[in-house]
Design a protein around this ligand. Structure first.
Ligand code: ZN
Ligand code: MN
Length: 129
């Protein structure tokens, strides 16, 4: 929690509950998943509150959001550079930790300083297969 104690970043009990749920979470949960969990402790908390908290955490760089699932934005507490694989049937998202050497072709990147890349793999998980 120490690294979150920065200026203007309030550690409300609701926000702490969200952060605790996300800490070390490898399931890449959606805002709905997080809402259903946190609601058990804070029954009066609205979905909008959960969503706004997630967006604040993302803006501050504490979590990242993934667009790999076209149906719902997914959140990842692991902000290190890594890639993802999604099962198109059950929507399970797993990490792919590998250092791919992918470059934008020389003739296309003239004005750009490329800061990173993210590869999305999709397929069928062993369970669904
Ligand atoms: Zn699956
Ligand atoms: Mn991840």
């Amino acid at each position: 929690m120490e690294r979150y104690r920065e200026k203007g970043f309030k550690l409300t009990p609701q926000r702490i509950a969200i952060m605790k749920f996300l800490e070390g979470n490898k399931n890449h949960p959606s805002a709905e998943d997080i809402y259903l969990y946190v609601r058990k402790t804070f029954p009066t908390m609205s979905f909008a509150t959960v969503y706004n908290n997630l967006e604040t955490l993302r803006e501050k760089g504490h979590i990242s959001s993934l667009s790999i699932d076209p149906e719902r934005r997914r959140y990842d507490p692991d902000t290190s550079s890594h890639h993802h694989l999604i099962c198109l049937k059950c929507k399970m998202v797993v990490d792919v930790h590998a250092d791919f050497k992918v470059n934008v072709p020389e003739e296309q990147n003239t004005a750009f300083e490329v800061l990173g890349s993210h590869i999305e793999f999709y397929g069928t998980c062993p369970e669904c297969k």
